[in-house]
Ligand binder design. Structure first.
Ligand code: BTN
Length: 254
């Protein structure tokens, strides 16, 4: 499904926040790459299409034209907080809350920051450092109106399907950009305990069986929330609960 084009003018006029600039490109390899080569903070880059969209763990992020949201923004913390390791969880929480205000329910986050709806992936987050400065680049991919796409090797869903109606990306983007800016400013003042309390509400895999690789060994256990530094806590068959930061291979949802 083709949707209306994303309009930089609309976003600049309607965003309540102080983004330094909001750019919308027709096509780029990756909006994260684009911002990694700038040194300024509080820039927003959106693209209608990415030819080399990247996900976590070196995965590709399928980025067909004019259907989804491919958004990156740059941010600099004057003094990076000690709980910086929780930032990716926090961005996921903010995304989940924004989608809730947009009418979505039955969604949550699969650790560390994949947005899921009914066991299907709707979005993901990739946070990287800039090549030029201490600026962080936060990249968000969200499936919005995409209906068919070859080459995605896991169950996925679009927001329009979950809401059962077409989604106006410009309106959603205003909500996202306002919420993200506010949340980034808030992040430095937050206590990890507050954030982890919020996390609990959105944590989709808590108490589910998970498997993952640890030092070339396939481990299985039950997810038991996250540690103060954002690692996944897993209860192993021995009863011991340990933090892990490697990617989850499988989740037994039921
Ligand atoms: C993941 O779940 O693996 C993270 C996906 C992140 C995709 C977004 S789309 C905008 C930005 N540009 C990229 O190349 N990647 C991120």
């Amino acid at each position: 499904m083709q949707s209306e084009r994303i309009s930089a003018e609309f976003l600049i006029q309607n965003s309540r926040q102080q983004w330094a600039d909001i750019q919308v490109l027709d096509r780029i390899d990756s909006t994260n790459n684009y911002l990694k080569n700038k040194s300024e903070a509080r820039l927003v880059c959106l693209a209608e299409q990415q030819t080399g969209g990247r996900g976590r763990h070196g995965n590709q992020w399928q980025s067909p034209d004019a259907q989804n949201i491919y958004l990156s923004f740059s941010w600099e913390f004057e003094t990076p907080p000690e709980h910086l390791g929780l930032l990716s969880l926090w961005v996921g929480i903010v995304l989940a809350k924004t989608l809730e205000t947009f009418g979505l329910s039955e969604h949550g986050i699969k650790w560390p920051n994949d947005v899921y709806w009914r066991q299907q992936k709707m979005g993901g987050i990739l946070i990287e450092g800039s090549n030029l400065s201490p600026v962080l680049v936060v990249g968000i991919g969200l499936n919005i109106n995409m209906q068919n796409e070859a080459g995605i090797d896991q169950p996925w869903v679009s927001l329009s399907e979950a809401l059962d109606k077409p989604v106006n990306r410009n309106h959603l983007l205003i909500a996202m950009l306002d919420a993200l800016y506010e949340a980034m400013e808030q992040f430095v003042h937050m206590s990890p305990a507050d954030l982890l309390r919020d996390w609990r509400r959105w944590d989709l895999i808590r108490d589910h069986a998970v498997s993952f690789m640890d030092n070339q060994e396939l481990l299985q256990g039950k997810a038991r929330g996250v540690s103060a530094d954002g690692k996944l806590l897993v209860e192993l068959p021995s009863g011991e609960v340990r933090p892990f930061s490697t990617a989850i291979n499988t989740v037994r949802w039921k």
